[in-house]
Design a protein around this ligand. Structure first.
Ligand SMILES: NC(=O)c1ccc[n+]([C@@H]2O[C@H](COP(=O)([O-])OP(=O)(O)OC[C@H]3O[C@@H](n4cnc5c(N)ncnc54)[C@H](OP(=O)(O)O)[C@@H]3O)[C@@H](O)[C@H]2O)c1
Length: 306
């Protein structure tokens, strides 16, 4: 029987298990994908811990995961956009991608360009569409200066490249170990922590037009202190600050479409976007994968491979 990640109650990493499950079959409009790679995301850890129990409750036993890339195993009646054997990138809204097989709505799949690795393909959906939404929300033009917090994390590492592609000067906040990666991608690195405000002002040359916060913990207030207008500040995590100050909170939900996923896959294929893969874990080591992710110092994405 195929294996899948499951948890039966809210809790720490120890509630995660890899269990044998029934092999799904593809009904009308559905596609059964044999998963080659599935990215993991901090939001999944928050859901598992019960931190979003009111906003996005779990039903038990719960599966886990939205991101996926794999090979079409079965196409249900009425499916015309993909066929058996096709290599695809996609997403599920059913918390189910961390598994050997996942059932996906056919409209949630795009082709995997042959030169995009399985790992990057499988890590693309949540972080990519969130970065896309965040960059779009601050409306960058060539010559703008934008600051990105968490600049080398899953979302940040994609957001800085999309902002660069839009012609902006990009200042990325990261620890020193990540500065070379930022410089190599045309981003100005700035160390976070005490004195960050002065360092950003110095790096910017005085003009800061936009701020994308992917980390929380006071970066919205910092953006306001730097003089960035509220309609050009986006936070994907500090919803309390967004409500308090009227800044934007656009993330995955406003860009979670196959169309955006296809655009991002095209950028990867064209070499205009790269997803750093921090580590690949076998599905059976899902607990170790989240243990690493939850340290909050991942460069790019961590991926599970069934
Ligand atoms: N609203 C949405 O739709 C949405 C979607 C996806 C994610 N999210 C949320 O957005 C956040 C980021 O997600 P992610 O996948 O990018 O997370 P991630 O990959 O875990 O981000 C890790 C990054 O955070 C950086 N970091 C650690 N401490 C920091 C500090 N004090 N100041 C600035 N940066 C710091 C790390 O940099 P160093 O390694 O250099 O320390 C690392 O690059 C999470 O809270 C997630 O739940 C929201």
């Amino acid at each position: 029987m195929p294996r899948a990640v499951r948890f039966d109650k809210y809790g720490g990493i120890e509630v995660l298990q890899v269990v044998e499950v029934e092999r799904p079959t593809a009904g009308p409009g559905k596609v059964l994908v044999r998963v080659k790679a599935a990215g993991i995301n901090p939001g999944e850890a928050s859901i598992r811990k019960g931190l979003f129990a009111e906003r996005w409750p779990a039903t038990f036993p719960s599966g886990q995961g939205s991101d996926l890339a794999g090979i079409v195993e079965e196409a249900g009646p009425g499916v015309t956009n993909v066929g058996v054997g096709d290599e695809v990138i996609g997403f599920t809204e059913n918390r189910a991608s961390q598994a050997e097989f996942v059932l996906v709505d056919s409209g949630n799949l795009v082709p995997r360009p042959g030169n995009v690795s399985w790992e990057q393909a499988g890590a693309l959906f949540v972080a990519g569409t969130t970065a896309f939404a965040a960059v779009r929300s601050v409306a960058l033009s060539p010559g703008d200066t934008v600051v990105v917090s968490g600049a080398v994390g899953g979302v940040g590492s994609i957001a800085v490249q999309l902002a660069r592609n839009a012609g902006a000067k990009v200042i990325g906040l990261a620890s020193e170990a990540n500065h070379t990666w930022l410089t190599d991608h045309g981003i100005i690195p700035v160390t976070y922590g005490d004195g960050v405000e002065d360092r950003i002002r110095a790096a910017s040359g005085g003009k800061i037009d936009a701020f994308i916060d992917t980390f929380g913990g006071g970066y919205v207030e910092l953006a306001l202190k730097l003089g960035v207008p509220t309609n050009r500040i986006d936070t994907i995590i500090d919803f309390a600050a967004a409500a308090k100050y009227g800044v934007k909170a656009e993330g995955n939900q406003v860009a979670a479409t196959a169309e955006v996923l296809g655009q991002l896959a095209g950028l990867l294929a064209a070499g205009r976007l790269e997803i750093p893969i921090a580590k690949v874990y076998p599905l059976a080591e899902v607990r170790d994968a989240y243990r690493e992710l939850e340290q909050r110092h991942t460069r790019g994405k961590i991926v599970l491979e069934p």
